[in-house]
Design a protein. Structure first.
Length: 252
């Protein structure tokens, strides 16, 4: 790969300098590995396809997804739907566990209900244009929701959510019109407003995630970004485009 020199500091660089793919070897295999990402196959199958070691497959996956992790929507407009989804916490791959005994893959939480004690809580926000962002939540406090919602929800938007009080508190504080849809009361649509758009996204995400047989909690943001990219790019998500995304080329 051609190298260049900065006339000011006289340091050399190439087209990959400063990108997540810098210093990765075997460039001739990257396009094949990008195809494995497009196809959504497991680490082991990707390694077998490309002909690399499983550890290399793991390292490449997270390098290829690193730039996408920060490529989130910065503004949602119009009708904005928000909801949370919960995934059982996982320490997959960890050599030591703190606070609990190992459980079998696909195990269940010890306590009934959903909480951040045993689950990873994920806030997903999506408008009717398909613009989507997500955030893993450290807790379910109202101020936490407000921290992540305030910078991205337009002031003239209509926020549609489930009945969680945190959304109402945020909307009231920001003077945003809020429409709560409370499923426990049998509500699914109110005057044309619903959260089926964001719920459909969550369903697709969980269905797509299932074949990976569990994802470690610390790597979940990478998989969230992977799914966002798939949804955003659609049919444009080719191996070539995957490499562009990996290098930090954002969508136009």
């Amino acid at each position: 790969m051609k190298r260049y020199m900065c006339k000011t500091c006289e340091r050399t660089f190439n087209a990959l300098t400063g990108t997540p793919l810098a210093h990765l070897h075997k460039r001739e295999l990257w396009l094949d590995y990008a195809r494995a990402l497009v196809d959504g196959v497991s680490l082991r199958k990707a390694a077998w396809r490309v002909g690399v070691h499983l550890e290399t497959s793991f390292r490449w996956r997270h390098r290829f997804l690193a730039a996408a992790k920060t490529d989130k929507a910065c503004a949602l407009t119009g009708i904005v739907e928000a909801d949370e989804t919960f995934i059982l916490k996982s320490a997959k791959g960890s050599k030591t566990l703190v606070g609990r005994a190992p459980r079998k893959r696909g195990g269940k939480a010890k306590k009934k209900g959903l909480s951040t004690d045993e689950h990873d809580a994920i806030l997903i926000v999506r408008d009717r244009h398909g613009t989507t962002t997500d955030q893993m939540l450290p807790d379910l406090q109202a101020k936490t929701f407000a921290t992540y919602l305030a910078p991205i929800v337009a002031k003239d938007a209509v926020l549609v959510s489930d009945g969680r009080d945190a959304y109402g508190a945020f909307a009231q504080a920001e003077k945003i019109l809020h429409v709560p849809i409370i499923a426990s009361r049998g509500e699914h649509v109110y005057k044309g407003f619903h959260i089926q758009n964001v719920n459909g996204y969550m369903s697709r995400f969980k269905g797509w995630l299932r074949p990976f047989n569990g994802v470690a909690s610390k790597y979940l943001p990478s998989y969230l970004s992977w799914r966002r990219t798939i949804e955003r790019e659609g049919e444009r998500f080719t191996p070539e485009r995957c490499l562009q995304v990996a290098c930090g080329c954002r969508s136009t």
